[in-house]
Design a protein around this ligand. Sequence first.
Ligand SMILES: NC(=O)c1ccc[n+]([C@@H]2O[C@H](COP(=O)([O-])OP(=O)(O)OC[C@H]3O[C@@H](n4cnc5c(N)ncnc54)[C@H](O)[C@@H]3O)[C@@H](O)[C@H]2O)c1
Length: 385
Amino acid sequence: MQNFEFYNPTRVLFGKGMIARLDEQLSPEARVLVLYGGSSAERSGTLNEVRAALGNRTFREFGGIEANPTYETLMKAVAMVRAENLDFLLAVGGGSVMDGTKFVAAAVPYEGEPWDILVSKGEAAKTALPLGTVVTLPATGSEMNCLSVISRQSTGDKLLFSNPLVYPRFSVLDPMRTMSLPMKQVINGVVDSFVHVMEQYMTYPVDGMAQDRFSEGLLSSLVEIGPRIIATPDDYDLRSNLMWVATLALNGLIGAGVPHDWTTHMIGHEITAKYHIDHARTLAMVFPALLKVRRAEKRAKLLQYAARVWNLTEGTEDERIDAVIRKTEEFFENLGVPTRLSAYDIGAEGINDLVRQLEDHGMTHLGENGDVTLDVSRRILEAAA
Ligand SMILES: NC(=O)c1ccc[n+]([C@@H]2O[C@H](COP(=O)([O-])OP(=O)(O)OC[C@H]3O[C@@H](n4cnc5c(N)ncnc54)[C@H](O)[C@@H]3O)[C@@H](O)[C@H]2O)c1
């Protein structure tokens, strides 16, 4: 196992009715900005539940944070916090609102141009406002990590930053609040979580016994949850399981002491930046293609994944690897998530543009060994064509 430091300060309040517990998480003097996305938070009653829990505290609201949150919109929230002297940020939404809130938290006290926080990958932020979250979409794990991904409309950039200052102080996970999601978003959550686990698992063995078996447990859970949640969307237990799996998939636990390969996310971000395709759907295209191109480097873990998650133990090693890549593709396709660029009319010219974007963003040495060069990324995109 590799050396690691594990730190996660986020308190999780999980279950039905937990939004009421916001009251005890916030000081009576807190001056709160509630940040949310579209009209669903209002329509589903989540915002009303939050307002009731805030009681007599001073609070303001900032709506309209878009999917794939933009710097342009978030800077309006920064101005509002500064003008009204607010001192606590409460995100009510999915990954986009939570990520956007993290950026606002770091940008408010930042003295220079806040985009520098992203350009520096988070290093430039030396202080941040405290924040909490009320999760409405299980997918990103943003509720229990210190990552944030922000887009800039004017330049077409989508960049990620990380800084321990933006760990949420607390996150409320009430599975009932996910019942209003369109099934497409629920399934996006299954796929996003699946790929998050894979990016911390599908590398090379370092004898991280607990990490591997945690990961395999999460993957097996998602394989079970996916089709069942389509068949019985109102099942509270399934919603609960998806919500907790999504959080555990990216809260640092399974990734401690093991190598990572975030190639799929980095290429996926470029696809979203250019084509505005849902984050999870970009991952479903890139990940199986990555397995095909990187099967030699990932051979031992592919065989382990085949045996432990899909029970594939018959045939030669190469046959088992072929079979498990096919199973992974079929898993996404059977959930209604395409695994080909052609499903979105992205052709050879699009691939050229995406490789150029990767170069512009310095994504020239991705992967667990830093050997996913632009040429390898091109081959991955071509394998997904
Ligand atoms: N911070 C991280 O660790 C991390 C990890 C992966 C991805 N991301 C980023 O997160 C973003 C994607 O977040 P996401 O997948 O959670 O989706 P999202 O937050 O973009 O939400 C998708 C859509 O669902 C709607 N929605 C949310 N909750 C709803 C509900 N309960 N009922 C009805 N509609 C609802 C939103 O309004 C939005 O239109 C991307 O920008 C991605 O890059 C962040």
